[in-house]
Design a binder for this molecule. Structure first.
Ligand SMILES: [Mn+2]
Length: 399
């Protein structure tokens, strides 16, 4: 039996106002081809199907268009919800998708057994625990946490006991069979990228890889966009996102994982996804950046997206004007500039660093803005607490 693990599609994602729909269209074409050629029996999607809790009609269309094409294959699908997904949105078509061999777990169900699926092909049988992103209410007892760090400890303990219950259920009903656990969470050790939320950058609710216990033969994780083996020997893997979702991911080779199951023996194969688009950063003086822009040639199916960082020694109005002019006039079939930044390395003494002209609000995360605001206030005794409280608000607002 062959299983393909992917996650973090983020359908509907825009990178600095550029829609990544064509990138995902190319990925879905490639995925369908791979599923057919490799004779994949089961597709696992470990959360963050959509980028937004309320996906646009175009995003829903792209999702159903992919599922529709999958119906013509022999491959079954299990989809779980991530922190970006609204459980109700994923679950809405659950009943009808179930008839089409597509199982959906949008959010944590009441009963553990609802997470369990059994698939067999010939003599092979696998048991899947399709754990979605676990929300506060799923894992935390209704005791009020005194401080942010208490809350984080409660969340970690809650996640741990949730996965212990999953293993207990497996031991009780399926012991001895090949066992795959899905999850959408931050496991410590993984690297986070720009496109992740501040709460994950805080790293505070990260759990250890050991929470999955001895039982699973493979753990199919989502949430971290960089492909990453938490433990290669214990088969705990992040497949990563299929396309680059931020400039910090531009060097990554994206992948899907194909797992071949023979009894209790598993073989994991890392399959690279072709690059459909390059994200490039051009950095240097305005003159150097201009040269790099003109020299860039596209070598992928989709036009490259560029961020440019101009570093000039001294504050100079003319440079600012020249850069604005360049951005306005730049037109190229190979490249679109989506982000630009102008730095003067010799700062004027006393000038506020927090709100330099040339930095767009769009380039600053809410957390960075808050931190800068704190800095402007000067010394704050409880700065860390304030930051944690702000992080908590962001998390609760799902920003
Ligand atoms: Mn996520």
């Amino acid at each position: 039996m062959k299983i393909l693990h992917t996650s973090d599609w983020h359908i509907g994602k825009q990178l600095h106002k550029i829609d990544l729909e064509p990138d995902l269209d190319l990925f879905f074409d490639w995925l369908l081809k791979t599923i057919k050629e490799e004779h994949i029996d089961l597709l696992l999607v470990s959360g963050d199907v959509f980028d937004q809790a309320n996906p646009s009609q175009a995003s829903l269309k792209q999702y159903y268009n992919f599922l529709k094409q999958m119906i013509n294959t022999d491959c079954k699908i299990i989809i779980t919800g991530g922190n970006h997904d609204a459980p109700s949105v994923l679950n809405a078509p659950k009943e009808i998708l179930g008839f089409l061999n597509i199982d959906v777990i949008g959010g944590a169900p009441e009963a553990t057994e609802e997470l369990f699926f059994k698939y067999s092909k010939g003599d092979e049988e696998v048991v899947i625990a399709a754990v979605p992103f676990l929300r506060d209410k799923d894992i935390r007892k209704s005791v009020a946490a005194e401080t942010y760090s208490d809350k984080i400890e409660q969340i970690k303990a809650g996640i741990q006991s949730y996965f212990s219950n999953i293993n207990a259920h497996y031991n009780q009903h399926f012991k001895g069979r090949c066992f795959i656990v899905m999850g959408h969470l931050y496991v410590q050790g993984a690297q986070v990228s720009e496109s992740m939320r501040d709460i994950q950058i805080g790293n505070q609710a990260g759990v250890m890889g050991s929470i999955f216990g001895e039982e699973p033969d493979y753990v199919a994780l989502g949430h971290i966009h960089k492909p990453y083996a938490v433990s290669a020997s214990r088969n705990v893997h992040y497949s990563g996102s299929p396309v680059c979702l931020s400039f910090s991911e531009k060097e990554e080779v994206k992948q899907v994982n194909i797992i071949t199951v023979r009894g209790k023996d598993l073989e994991v194969e890392i399959v690279p996804i072709p690059k459909f688009r390059n994200l490039v950063t051009f950095q240097g003086s305005l003159k150097e950046v201009r040269r790099q822009l003109n020299e860039h040639k596209v070598n992928t199916q989709l036009v490259s997206l560029a961020e440019i960082i101009v570093n000039e020694p001294n504050e100079n109005v003319q440079i600012r004007r020249d850069l604005d002019e360049l951005l306005e006039a730049f037109a190229n079939d190979d490249l679109v500039i989506v982000k630009s930044k102008l730095n003067f390395t010799n700062k004027i003494r006393g000038a506020s660093e927090a709100f330099q002209p040339g930095i767009s609000v769009a380039d600053v995360t809410p957390m960075e803005m808050f931190e800068k605001r704190l800095e402007l206030d000067g010394q704050h005794e409880n700065a860390e607490e304030l930051k944690n409280a702000f992080r908590q608000i962001l998390e609760e607002l799902n920003l």
